[in-house]
Design a protein around this ligand. Structure first.
Ligand SMILES: Cc1cc2nc3c(=O)[nH]c(=O)nc-3n(C[C@H](O)[C@H](O)[C@H](O)COP(=O)(O)OP(=O)(O)OC[C@H]3O[C@@H](n4cnc5c(N)ncnc54)[C@H](O)[C@@H]3O)c2cc1C
Length: 418
């Protein structure tokens, strides 16, 4: 006997838990399949010292608060515990330790055959909730050698894991910036390659940037043209939260580089774009301050002025005279950490729902394959889609779409019974 259910949700991270809540509310029979544990990526896919990028009052689902101080930045294990508690609260039917290996269409009828490490399930709908960050992007620019350890940020855990010597971190999003700062703090010589990025202030006039981006409608910006969505954003909740400012990090001894664009004979070549990339970050930072001031003025908010926030730190030598070439051995670099992001991996979905580059084709998570849905994709419907507070709302929309299709099917089924 093959097990059947209405909807199979693949992935038991925050997206799978949110999906389960909305399917449960709608009375839709479903099973969530997770290959590891609930919120596995928060437990084993990230570095030891990671805390949430947003405060506890913000980075959560509407249905439950954290036990921690609402203004604090929750450590990653506590984040995973939160989703475990949430799943228990909503009685989510999650099966852990079940790997989904293949999903294909059933022959001659609606629905899907879901092949798992623990047998086959047939379902009318499938929701792929396997995360916005699946397969690490690891540029093979520098050949492997015994003198140099190379790893993706997904494999970084703590400074003690790295051999003695200087470290090059490639990528200045939240992962790259936070890892580089941790290494600097423990006495390493650190080089960081800084590409174009946004870097909002951690807080301004007494309000966290999550609050400002919320009231300014920035989390809710609709998906832009495909391919133009990605914005590297450098923020940090470490040590109670602070603004990521590469100029300040340089003043503390971190060596800033532009984008790495080649490697030959032990030498990296560096694009002459450091100043331009810092300028984009500064422009983004200042634009948030301007919009916040404007908002506070228009709506008469009595928030303390903060003129010091506009001070720009004097430029360190690596900014005044950008470095365009680095000999790894001369610089004493023994580790390169590629904080270069992720690409999707839906190789387990044997369905026609992808473009030529392997990206899902969808409209707010609804794919062109009837009955197949995506959840938790970057910019699925809005900027907040891949984040904790955004995915919950997308899950609600996807559950609605599943309900709508069920009612069309019910109409058809009631006719065919006559
Ligand atoms: C370093 C880092 C820090 C972040 N910090 C924050 C933050 O502070 N605040 C915030 O809002 N967002 C943050 N994010 C973004 C986002 O919230 C997380 O990436 C979050 O883990 C996404 O949740 P998800 O459920 O969509 O995907 P995931 O957490 O990736 O969950 C997907 C699950 O699917 C499972 N899975 C995958 N394939 C299969 C399969 N074939 N069969 C069965 N199971 C499968 C995986 O084991 C995994 O548990 C951060 C992201 C990163 C990388």
């Amino acid at each position: 006997m093959v097990e059947t259910t209405d909807t199979v949700v693949v992935g038991g991270g925050q997206a799978g838990v949110a999906m389960s809540e909305h399917l449960g509310r709608a009375g839709i029979d479903h099973i969530v399949l997770e290959r590891g544990r609930i919120a596995e990526r928060w437990r084993s896919g990230r570095w030891d010292s990671l805390v949430a990028n947003g405060p506890a009052w913000h980075d959560r689902f509407p249905g439950m608060e954290f036990k921690e101080d609402p203004e604090s930045f929750v450590p990653k294990e506590k984040m995973a515990d939160y989703f475990v508690d949430y799943a228990a609260m909503i009685k989510a039917p999650i099966r852990t330790g079940v790997d989904v290996q293949k999903v294909s269409r059933l022959e001659g009828k609606q629905g899907f055959r879901v092949e798992t490490s623990q047998g086959v399930i047939e379902a009318r709908s499938v929701v792929a909730a396997t995360g916005p960050f699946q397969k690490p992007v690891f540029p093979r620019m520098i050949p492997e050698s015994t003198e140099l350890l190379q790893m993706h940020s997904a494999a970084y855990r703590n400074p003690g894991q790295l051999p003695e010597g200087a470290v090059l971190v490639v990528g200045a999003g939240s992962s790259g910036a936070q890892i580089a700062e941790e290494l600097l703090e423990c006495g390493r010589r650190v080089y960081i390659s800084v590409g174009p990025h946004d870097r909002p202030p951690r807080a301004y006039r007494g309000r966290d940037y999550c609050w400002w981006l919320g009231v300014l409608g920035k989390w809710d910006i609709a998906a832009r043209e495909p391919g133009a969505e990605h914005v590297t954003i450098a923020v940090s909740g470490a040590h109670g939260g602070h603004t990521v400012d590469f100029r300040r990090l340089a003043a503390r001894g971190m060596v800033l580089l532009g984008r790495i664009d080649g490697f030959a004979a032990g030498r990296l070549t560096v694009a002459p774009d450091l100043c331009a990339n810092l300028a984009t970050g500064d422009a983004n930072y200042l634009s948030v301050l301007d919009e916040a001031d404007d908002y506070a003025h228009r709506f008469g908010l009595d928030l303390p002025q903060e003129p010091g926030a506009r001070e720009i730190v004097p430029e360190a030598e690596c900014i005044r005279s950008p470095i365009l070439s680095v000999d790894l051995a001369e610089a004493g670099i023994t580790t390169v950490i590629w904080a270069t992001g992720y690409v999707p991996d839906f190789s387990w979905l044997s369905l026609d729902a992808f473009d030529a580059s392997g990206k899902p084709r969808h409209q707010r998570g609804v794919s062109p394959e009837p009955g197949l849905y995506f959840l938790g994709l970057p910019w699925q419907s809005r900027r907040g889609s891949s984040f904790i507070w955004g995915v919950w709302h997308d899950a609600k929309y996807v559950a609605d779409q599943i309900m709508i299709q069920r009612s069309y099917s019910a109409y058809h089924e009631s006719l065919s019974l006559k």
